[in-house]
Every structure is written in structure tokens, then in C-alpha cells.
Design a protein around this ligand. Structure first.
Ligand code: ASP
Length: 442
């Protein structure tokens, strides 16, 4: 059985058993103790081991693959063109995300008629979670002009230790550009070492992926077995609008792009990247998914290493299409709940702010929540009202992270297609891709 199928089965079984366990909780208090035990000693550790294995490869993999990718693109004098195309794709896709979100809220009006009692109940019961979230956010410096100046690290090793992705990416970008400018005899050794590091990390990711079916099962079981489904029902229209947005983005934006621009069968494309999508869905973290994204994109989609190394790490930190959509829906939803009218100009400002905030959102679970609070205060909507949706956020985060990461692969595919540099690689021919030269005929 292929690893794709195994991972998908893990996901389905995790959801099914998790929901059963969740229901059983209501019948027996003893079962709650048993469930705690299972999560603490079995499913919890399995999920954590998988996440740790992915995270331990992130920094070396991102650093080496960006530096090598940029160096190779730089040597071919294509950095400006590929860079411009990449950022343009990120920007357009993100703006479409928010606009679609806003449009759907206008159509379905999920914020109109939310029970005020439920509103204040939710705000008070999630206020503690919210303040913990805000404390973590502010302890990391919050958001401001320094968010952008800190992209340039003073100390690479501190940035690596703190998993400060943008700073590590910046250093690797600069290093790649610099290597492309020194004579070949001097750069050769560095190129070989960095390529070896990237290749070795991809092999380690392969070990982690072998664990994925069990880890996906465990992670999703942990979540669904303890999730407050009752709340999902109370906020059903809001949740429906967010998920409808994700589905529409997938079918009306990504699919036509894959069919018309990338010129591949969208369904085959999505089948190839299924492990990426499921990893994103279960971990709710673009960063944790990044190693899988790089491996699968190179080996199964046929994205050449230089483009994958450049576009995918940048995408994981800057290209958040699902997050932008979610931000658009949430801001307008809360504006409706509080009866704050937003003019067309206001809505354009929401789009602009959401794009900016999505770029600044870290690729970790729930990272967009503090960003949305910053948008809310701009429109005199109480920032703490975000607590209304906090209880259902994890489920929504799974969907938006899946969309975020899919957007990165779609962008990498657009760049590969327009540069005419596919690697010959489909299921089963992975090793060819890893050892062959950078460019080959489509
Ligand atoms: N969890 C998202 C990601 O990692 C970020 C967010 O929207 O909270 O891509």
C-alpha cells in the first residue's frame, strides 16, 4: 500500500475514533481518565515524536536549500525574474483569499443574529486562553516596524535557535547570492556541502514520513477526542462560511491554475501532494510541514531543487492564502456581530491589512489570531471579541494551513512551468530526481 493511502487511512481512522471517544466521554467519567492516559502515554508522544523529527530538520533544510537554490538561480542570472514572479504570485493569491472571504461574509451574513448571551459567554470563557496567546505574542516582540527590520538577523545562530524563520531565510538568501558571486573553484566546496546537507535532511524527512500514518492518526485523535463539538454547532454558519471559502479557493483558484497555467490534471496534482496537505491539516503548521513540502514537491511533483529551495521556504513564511481568507471572514464576521458598518473603502483596507498581516503571520498553529486583533482595533471592533471564535479556531486552522501550504506548491509549480524547468519525476522515480542535474526536458 502506498504511503499516501496509509496517511489518508490514518487521518480517517483518527477522526472516526476521536469522534467516538469524544461521544463516549459524556457517558462515563472513568472513560475520561482512560482517555487522559492514552493521550498522555501513547498518542501524545507519537504525535510529538513526529513533530520533533520534522522540526529538527527545518532549520538545516531551509538554510541549505535556500542558499543552494539562490546560488544556482543567481548563477543563471534569473534571481530577479524568479523572485519577482514568486512575490507577485504570493501577493495575488493572498489578496484573492481575503477578497473571497469578504464576499462570502456579505452573502451569508454569519454575524447577523448571533445570540448576545452566547457572545458574552464565549468572550468570558475564552478570555484566559486569549491573554496567554497575547502574552506569547508580545513576548516575541509583537508586530510593528521591528517585525520587518528584525528580518535581518544580528546573529544567525540566535535566529536559528529561536526558529526565527524570516531571519534564517534572509541570511540564506544573502549567502546564496554571495556564493554565486565568488569564483567557481572557491564556491564548489560550499555548494557540495550545502547540497549534501539538504539531501541528507530530505532523507531524514523520509524517515519521519514513514511514521506519518501513525502520527497523523495520533495527532488527529488527540484533537477530535477532546474537541468541543457543541461549540461548532453554535457557530455553525461562521464555520460553514470559512470552510466554504477554503473549498472554493481550492476548486475555483488552485484547480484552474493547475489546469490552465501549469497544464496538469488538477486531480493528479493534488493526489501527488496529498501527504503535504494531510501533514498541514494535522499539524496546523506551515513550518512543521515545510520539510514534507520540499521533499514531496521535488520528488513527486518534479519541482527542480533550486526553485523548490527558493519558493517553498519563502512561501511557508510569507504566502498565507488560507490565513488571508480566514482573516477576511473573521474581521467582517465580528464587524457584523458588533454592528460596525464597513464601507467599501474600509473593506479595501481590510484586504490590504490582511495581506500585510498574513505575510507577517508565523507558520505555527493559531499565529493569525493576534494579527486579526490588530486589524480589529483599526475598525473600532473590540479586539477581545476574537475570543468568540477561539474555541473553534483549531479546526479552522487545520483547513487554512492546508490551503497555505498548497498555495506554496502551486506557486512553485507556476514558476517551474513558466521557467520550463520540470524535473522528470512522477511516483516511483524519486531517486532520478535527486541525483540528476538541475534541468531536464519536461
Ligand atoms: N497555522 C497557520 C500556518 O502555519 C498560520 C495561521 O493562520 O495561524 O500556516
Amino acid at each position: 500500500m502506498s504511503i499516501h493511502k496509509k496517511i489518508a487511512i490514518g487521518l480517517v481512522m483518527g477522526i472516526a475514533l476521536g469522534v467516538v471517544a469524544n461521544n463516549a466521554l459524556a457517558y462515563s467519567p472513568l472513560f475520561a481518565t482512560f482517555l487522559e492516559f492514552i493521550i498522555k502515554y501513547f498518542t501524545g508522544p507519537i504525535g510529538q515524536i513526529f513533530l520533533n523529527m520534522l522540526f529538527m530538520t527545518v532549520i538545516p533544510l531551509v538554510f541549505a536549500s535556500i542558499a543552494v537554490g539562490v546560488m544556482q538561480i543567481g548563477k543563471q542570472n534569473k534571481l530577479g525574474r524568479i523572485g519577482t514572479k514568486t512575490f507577485l504570485c504570493f501577493l495575488v493569491l493572498t489578496a484573492i483569499g481575503t477578497s473571497l472571504g469578504i464576499l462570502l461574509v456579505q452573502i451569508f451574513k454569519p454575524g447577523v443574529g448571533i445570540d448576545p448571551v452566547l457572545q458574552s459567554e464565549l468572550i468570558s470563557s475564552y478570555s484566559n486562553t486569549l491573554s496567554t496567546k497575547m502574552e506569547t505574542f508580545t513576548s516575541k516582540g509583537g508586530f510593528g516596524i521591528h517585525t520587518f527590520t528584525n528580518i535581518i538577523p544580528r546573529n544567525l545562530f540566535t535566529a536559528m535557535e529561536n526558529m526565527d524563520m524570516l531571519a534564517v531565510i534572509f541570511f540564506a538568501l544573502i549567502m546564496g547570492i554571495a556564493i554565486s558571486k565568488i569564483p567557481e573553484e572557491q564556491s564548489k566546496l560550499l555548494e557540495k556541502i550545502l547540497t549534501s546537507i539538504a539531501d541528507t535532511m530530505v532523507v531524514i524527512v523520509g524517515f519521519a514520513i514513514k511514521l506519518a500514518p501513525y502520527a497523523v492518526f495520533a495527532l488527529i485523535f488527540n484533537l477530535t477526542s477532546k474537541f468541543g463539538f457543541a461549540l461548532l454547532e453554535k457557530l455553525s454558519l461562521f464555520v460553514f462560511v470559512v470552510f466554504l471559502g477554503y473549498i472554493l479557493f481550492l476548486t475555483l483558484v488552485y484547480m484552474p491554475i493547475i489546469g490552465l497555467i501549469v497544464k496538469q490534471n488538477p486531480l493528479t496534482f493534488f493526489k501527488k501532494i496529498l501527504p503535504i496537505m494531510i501533514t498541514a491539516f494535522t499539524t496546523s503548521s506551515s513550518n512543521a510541514t515545510l520539510p514534507t513540502t520540499i521533499k514531496v514537491s521535488e520528488e513527486e511533483v518534479g519541482i527542480p531543487k533550486d526553485i523548490a529551495g527558493f519558493v517553498l521556504p519563502l512561501g511557508a513564511t510569507m504566502n498565507m492564502n488560507g490565513t488571508a481568507l480566514f482573516e477576511g471572514v473573521t474581521v467582517l464576521f465580528l464587524a457584523q456581530v458588533f454592528g460596525v458598518p464597513l464601507s467599501i473603502v474600509d473593506q479595501v483596507v481590510v484586504v490590504l491589512l490582511s495581506v500585510l498581516m498574513a505575510v507577517g503571520t508565523a507558520g505555527i498553529p493559531g499565529a493569525s489570531i493576534p494579527m486579526i486583533m490588530l486589524i480589529l482595533v483599526n475598525f473600532n471592533i473590540p479586539a477581545e471579541s476574537i475570543a468568540i471564535i477561539l474555541g473553534v479556531d483549531r479546526i479552522l486552522d487545520m483547513g487554512r494551513t492546508m490551503l497555505n501550504v498548497t498555495g506554496d506548491v502551486v506557486t512553485a509549480a507556476i514558476i517551474t512551468k513558466t521557467e520550463g524547468s520540470w524535473c522528470q519525476s512522477t511516483f516511483g522515480t524519486q531517486h532520478i530526481n535527486r541525483t540528476q542535474s538541475q534541468k531536464s526536458a519536461p
